[in-house]
Every structure is written in C-alpha cells, then in structure tokens.
Design a protein. Structure first.
Length: 298
C-alpha cells in the first residue's frame, strides 16, 4: 500500500509516517490487484471509502466509527482533512500494534498536531497502550473477547446511542467462525442504528482459492475463518445470521467496474499491466460486504 501511494494510485500524505518505503519494486498486479492478504489496494481503498463517506454524509457526521484491527491505518487524518470527522473515531488492535502506532504519533508532529487540533475539553490521555482525545481514541484489545472490547471502548466514551459504523478489513477471516459471529452479534445487539463494512476473501473453495490458502499456510498464516469465505452468499448469510437486518456483498472486480472510469484509466496508465487474467482472478477472490441495523429508519 505504501508503494502504491508513492507511485500515485491515490493520495495519502500520512502513510509515510507509519511505514517506510519498501526498497523492492512491487509488480503492478500487486498494487492494483492483490497481495497475499489484500486484493486491489486501489479498489479496496476507494470502495471502502465510498461506503464510509456515504454513512458520514447520511448521519451528517453525528455518528461514530469503530475501526476494528486498524493497524497503521490513516483514515482518521484523511477524514479530518476532508472535514468529515465523525463525533468520535475509535481504533482497536492488539496492544503491541497500538503501542507502535502511539509511539509514531507522539514522535511525529504531522500525526499529533491534527489530533490536538480536533481535541477539546480535558487533557488528552495517553499511555503505552491507549490514546484518548475528544475525537480520536486508540484502544489495545483482543477482538475475540467482546466483553473486554466493550469495556475498553466505554472507558473511552463509546456512545451506544449514536449511529455507529464498524469497519473490518482483513480481520474477521483470522478469527474462528464462532469468534467473528460473537463480535458481529455484539455489535448488532449493542447499537440500535449501525452499519458494518467487512473486506476479505471470497470464493475460496475453487482451485485458485485453495492455492491462496496453501501459499498462506506455507508462511504459517492460518485463515481460521476461511470456511465463511466460500461465496458472496455465505458472506451475506453470516451477517444476517448475526442479527443484522440486511446485507450485501460484491466482489472486487465488480467494485473496480463501479469506480469512476476516468480515474481508473489514470491509474491503469501508471504501470503496464499485462496479466489481466491474473488480475481478474485475484479481484474475484476478495469482496466488500456491508450490513445495517436501523431502528430509526435512517
């Protein structure tokens, strides 16, 4: 992703403060198509962003976002630049990841200054495994324990009455079906008005999907929840079965076709892509799913 930004696929002035530029040059199908654990960086960023912004515009930013397994994501800063910050933005990841991110924020003014600019009220709270300002919080927690997650989010002023968007990108697939179901059920039962966006693998039962799984296993990477990634239907059903009112899912090739074609032509001119068939196969094995629960008919 860092390399794709440096080439010009999309703008992200903040990622350089979290991730150093890789020395080796990535193949075009990696930047525009797929890496081992993410398909279509360009399509993924724009597809997920489209849904997030639609939610924020619909709620007029009187809402909150909970980014699950956020890692080094820069969405908070990009939304602030676009004047699209929700009332509060939460990030959750393992304490070790959170500690690294907080260290970067504390040591780099381009990251810390926007947090201070958006902060109001009492002093900003920060320690090695959490950061809490009035608009932005980072929480170190294990997503496999919904009770622990909720307790820590509430300590950071989670408001269960606000419309809430939960974002999970390549997160649920690393949890067992029981663990991810527990997380999804917790969200559906906790927030009267909510939306969830899930980005991960799909169509994993065909030969191409099996090769993807085998490649990951050779790297000692276990997709504990891959059985739920068998089809777009299975992705929708897991959301509906967890208490969400409605759900949709589209593969990334479809997302790619939905994007503004002038910009697609621009990025396709950045690097020569001769493996069109491989690109399409990769894109057909990732998807964006989203579901909502809406007691107020938002």
């Amino acid at each position: 992703r860092r390399f794709a930004v440096s080439v010009g696929y999309w703008k992200d002035p903040y990622i350089q403060h979290f991730v150093r530029q890789a020395k080796e040059r990535k193949a075009p199908e990696i930047n525009r198509g797929n890496s081992v654990c993410a398909a279509g960086y360009y399509a993924r960023v724009h597809g997920v962003s489209y849904l997030i912004k639609a939610f924020l515009q619909k709620t007029q930013c009187n809402s909150q976002i909970v980014n699950l397994g956020a890692g080094m994501d820069t969405l908070f800063w990009r939304l602030k630049d676009e004047n699209l910050l929700p009332r509060k933005y939460f990030e959750v990841d393992f304490p070790m990841i959170v500690a690294r991110k907080i260290h970067n924020i504390k040591s780099k003014p381009p990251l810390s200054k926007p947090i201070m600019e958006s902060h109001s009220g009492d002093s900003l709270l920060i320690d090695s495994h959490s950061l809490d300002s009035s608009r932005y919080s980072i929480v170190g927690a294990d997503l496999r324990s919904s009770s622990d997650l909720e307790e820590k989010l509430r300590k950071h002023s989670l408001d269960t009455h606000l419309p809430t968007l939960l974002v999970a990108e390549c997160v649920l697939v690393y949890m067992t079906p029981q663990q991810s179901a527990s997380l999804l059920k917790w969200a559906a039962s906790t927030f009267p008005v909510a939306m969830v966006i899930n980005y991960e693998q799909v169509n994993m039962r065909d030969r191409f999907g099996q090769i993807m799984i085998e490649n990951l296993q050779r790297r000692h990477c276990n997709l504990a929840g891959v059985e739920l990634c068998s089809s777009l239907d299975s992705q929708r059903e897991r959301l509906l079965g967890s208490g969400w009112d409605n759900a949709r899912a589209v593969d990334m090739m479809k997302v790619y076709s939905f994007l503004p074609q002038a910009d697609v032509r621009r990025i396709e001119a950045l690097e020569f892509l001769d493996e069109k068939e491989l690109f399409e196969q990769l894109m057909q094995h990732y998807c964006i799913c989203w579901a909502s629960k809406d007691s107020s008919n938002l």
